[in-house]
Design a protein around this ligand. Structure first.
Ligand SMILES: [Ca+2]
Ligand SMILES: [Ca+2]
Ligand SMILES: [Ca+2]
Ligand SMILES: [Ca+2]
Length: 471
């Protein structure tokens, strides 16, 4: 049980604060179930923040304030403002509305799932899950602490949603920094309240973009990571989900940096089995007839410098084989897709640059550095998956990496296939005041069938609702 951060009742009764957050003043009403109403009112409006456990009078007052703010928040629509989305020639193509779930920096990863099983998707980011479909209520499932933006990344780099104990309520897997934090999953209490019990997963999750996907086809996801010099998969004990997870290696020993960049899962050779994709090549999953054997390596260097973040296998050019999509340097420049080609039966890749460095901005229509979070998702409903990414801000502080103080943008690159067989990824800017951390998600959280954008950065936690084509 992890309730070490729970405040004493007199602190609840006495807590009253006015918080300045960037250009906004935030209103946070904490209620006895560790719930806070997350309402931001522009223009420097003040509101009270009250913690109410153990103090009936203030608890009653807080409830009145809570109801008032929910109604007021909905009427004012304070968190919604137009987000930019134009193509390179300035034409308006699709429409996203920006919502700020918090202006505080709590985490670098974000995800979604129906946490309370009410049929609506909820958003998970750092210590909070935001209750859909309004996302006005933030529930704190482990002790929250606002993190200073300048020094280091947070202690919550990735959130994954999965029902680990099979009780019908999705739980949350939280990964911290590669070299500093152990991984835990937090047990959803269902109708219970308070901080969630947490369960130890593994000492360290190495690699900067660990996929959490079903690789072996048993219907349950596993973490791809490396340990003791070998890449492999970290899995829970299916019959004893609260036990620590175990690591199964699939590659030969190698010299893999704990901060390894560029990792994905996908079927590269088209045999129906999902392979391990790294910045240094792909490792072929063998058939189940050969259990215990290591996976065959197929070396290929995708990002020539550091490597990217999330990598994807997808048939970009519709010729029947999966190509690879990746950023080239998660702290530098470059985004590319690599066309699969076969020469004498051997798979090779031909690089196609989607975005280069600042000197190539005119050529590609856009240039931003540090694409350290990607998703591959169809954002405009044409059946073709698009690339969702953005600029990471201050991964190593305000003076680290390339162009640390350039606009923290979010972009989606629309896949367009022409009749002549040519391929384009058309850049669309969604926002320039948010950016990415290390996990960005395209997911329909509003239930209208259109994929929305969830991102998080040192500037806060953001939802861009997909409004479809403008009228
Ligand atoms: Ca829900
Ligand atoms: Ca559960
Ligand atoms: Ca292809
Ligand atoms: Ca599309």
């Amino acid at each position: 049980m992890e309730n070490s951060g729970k405040m004493k009742s007199r602190e609840y009764c006495s807590y009253l604060s006015f918080c300045k957050v960037n250009r906004f003043r935030s209103v946070r009403v904490f209620l006895r179930r560790r719930v806070h109403l997350n309402s931001f009112i522009p223009g420097g409006v003040f509101s009270a923040a009250i913690l109410s456990d153990g103090c009936p009078q203030i608890r009653a007052f807080a409830m009145v304030v809570r109801v008032g703010l929910i109604v007021g928040g909905m009427l004012l629509v304070p968190q919604i403002c137009p987000a930019q989305d134009s193509d390179v020639s300035g034409h308006y193509l699709a429409h996203f509305s920006k919502r700020v779930l918090t202006h505080h920096y709590y985490c670098d990863g974000i995800n979604a799932g129906d946490i309370n099983q009410d049929g609506h998707q909820d958003i998970v980011a750092g210590p909070f899950w935001y209750e859909g479909p309004s996302f006005l209520m933030a529930h704190e499932f482990y002790p929250a602490a606002v993190i200073p933006t300048e020094p280091s990344p947070s202690n919550s780099m990735f959130s994954f949603v999965y029902d680990f104990n099979g009780d019908g309520y999705p739980d949350i897997l939280v990964l911290g920094r590669v070299h500093k934090h152990s991984a835990y999953w937090y047990e959803n209490p269902g109708r219970g309240s308070g901080f969630w019990n947490r369960h130890f997963v593994f000492e360290r999750i190495r690699g900067e973009s660990p996929p959490f996907q079903d690789v072996d086809g048993d219907g349950m996801p596993e973490l791809a990571s490396h340990w003791d010099g070998q890449w492999g998969f970290i899995r829970p004990d299916r019959t004893h989900p609260k036990k620590p997870w175990s690591f199964t290696p699939v590659t030969e020993k190698g010299d893999y940096n704990q901060f390894y960049h560029g990792t994905g899962i996908g079927d590269v050779n088209g045999d129906g089995r999902r392979d391990l994709i790294l910045n240094d090549g792909w490792w072929e999953q063998p058939s189940k007839d050969s259990p215990g054997s290591l996976w065959q390596s197929h070396p290929f260097r995708f990002g020539e410098e550091r490597g990217g973040a999330q990598m994807f296998a997808y048939d970009v050019d519709d010729d029947g084989d999966n190509d690879i999509i990746t950023s080239l340097n998660a702290h530098g420049w470059g985004l590319a897709w690599f066309e699969q080609q076969r020469i004498s039966g051997q798979i090779i890749f031909k690089k196609h640059l989607i975005m280069g460095d600042r000197s190539e901005e005119e050529k590609f229509g856009v240039a931003f550095s540090q694409p350290h979070a990607l998703d591959l998702v169809d954002l405009n409903g044409d059946g073709l998956k698009d690339i969702l990414t953005g600029k990471r801000m201050w991964a190593h502080g305000p003076t680290g990496d390339v162009e640390p103080n350039a606009s923290p943008v979010v972009y989606w690159f629309e896949l367009k296939r022409s009749a002549d067989g040519s391929i384009r990824f058309l850049p669309h800017r969604t926002d320039d005041r948010s950016g990415v951390g290390v996990q960005i998600i395209g997911r329909d959280v509003t239930g209208d069938g259109r994929k929305d954008i969830l991102t998080v950065s040192k500037l806060g936690t953001f939802l861009f609702t997909n409004q479809g084509e403008p009228e």
